[in-house]
Write a protein that binds this ligand. Structure first.
Ligand SMILES: [Zn+2]
Length: 130
C-alpha cells in the first residue's frame, strides 16, 4: 500500500487519506496501525482500512450487480449503527465491537450488523402505567 492512499472513513464517512503509523512497545516496533487523516480513527490492521479504490479488496461485482445493494443499504443505514448492534460493548474506557474485537464509535456501521434484541437504552419508560 502506498502511504496516503485514499479511503472512505468508516468512522466519519469522509473521503480522507490513510496515515500509516508504526506501533511501538517500549522501543521496539511491533507493527503498524492506520489512521484516518480527517478524524484520527485508528484501524488496527491494513485489512480493516476502507480503501476507496485500489485496495486489497478484490472487485467481484460489476457496477450493474452492485447498484441495488447501496440503494437498500441507504434506507437502513441509520438503523445499522454500532450503538444498536448486539456486538457493541460500552465501558468507561472504550466502545468496543465484540465481533471484530476492535474499538468502534457509536456512529460506526458495518455489514455484519446484528440488531440488539434488548434495547434498554432506546426504550422510553412507557411500560409502567401509572
Ligand atoms: Zn474518519
Amino acid at each position: 500500500m502506498a502511504a496516503g492512499a485514499e479511503i472512505v472513513c468508516s468512522a466519519c464517512g469522509a473521503e480522507a487519506l490513510v496515515v500509516r503509523q508504526p506501533v511501538y512497545e517500549g522501543f521496539k516496533k511491533v507493527g503498524e496501525e492506520f489512521l484516518c487523516s480527517a478524524c484520527g480513527h485508528v484501524y488496527s490492521s491494513e485489512a480493516d482500512v476502507p480503501f476507496k479504490s485500489g485496495g486489497p479488496t478484490p472487485i467481484l461485482f460489476t457496477e450493474t450487480d452492485r447498484s441495488p445493494t447501496p440503494h437498500l443499504f441507504d434506507a437502513a443505514e441509520n438503523e445499522q449503527l454500532c450503538r444498536y448492534c448486539a456486538n457493541y460493548v460500552i465501558n468507561p474506557f472504550t466502545q468496543w465491537c465484540s465481533l471484530h474485537r476492535r474499538e468502534v464509535e457509536a456512529t460506526d456501521s458495518c455489514d455484519q450488523f446484528t440488531r440488539r434484541e434488548n434495547t434498554d437504552d432506546a426504550a422510553p419508560d412507557r411500560d409502567e402505567p401509572e
